[in-house]
Design a protein around this ligand. Structure first.
Ligand code: MG
Length: 164
């Protein structure tokens, strides 16, 4: 796979099953976190309890920053305020500009920052373009559980094979 599409850690897990101690072992101090599909189902603003608890635990160990392509400030600010996290909306991932400004704000070295998201063509590419670590997680359904078959991701992985 071409380096811009390379996933540092293709976890095959929902975000709330990502182990904080594994992140620490990888030298990660800051996490940029995608919102739609990663923290909440994209058609809902209800934050699953498991996600809330994972954020509470992670906040004790890492600097967290939400970074969403969603153009709705209302939606993303509601979720960010509930979790008491800083956020960027309308981030235009895989374009670098907004993600780079979040990276500057968190004030960690690039090697200690990871982006977590559910898509290769936005989250993973922008992470690679900004020279930070990349973690792919499973997309969440409305009930907060991970989807079994992610068509978008399957297509992205197939395309990745052909453009390597
Ligand atoms: Mg997403």
């Amino acid at each position: 796979m071409r380096s811009i599409l390379k996933v540092h850690w293709d976890s095959n897990l929902p975000i709330y099953e990502i182990s904080q101690s594994v992140l620490q072992k990888k030298g990660i101090h800051c996490l940029l976190i995608d919102v739609d599909g990663t923290l909440v189902n994209r058609n809902s603003t209800k934050i699953p309890k498991d996600v809330q608890n994972w954020i509470i635990d992670s906040k004790k160990l890492f600097s967290l920053y939400l970074i969403s392509n969603n153009p709705s400030k209302k939606r993303i600010s509601k979720i960010a305020n509930e979790l008491k996290l800083k956020y960027k909306y309308n981030a235009s991932k895989p374009r670098k500009k907004v993600t780079l400004s979040a990276i500057n704000e968190v004030g960690c070295e690039s090697k200690n920052i990871a982006i977590i998201g559910d898509r290769i063509f936005t989250d993973i590419i922008v992470g690679n373009r900004c020279n930070i670590k990349t973690i792919l997680v499973k997309r969440l359904k409305r009930n907060g559980l991970p989807i079994k078959f992610n068509l978008t991701l399957t297509i992205e992985k197939l395309i990745s094979l052909f453009i390597k």
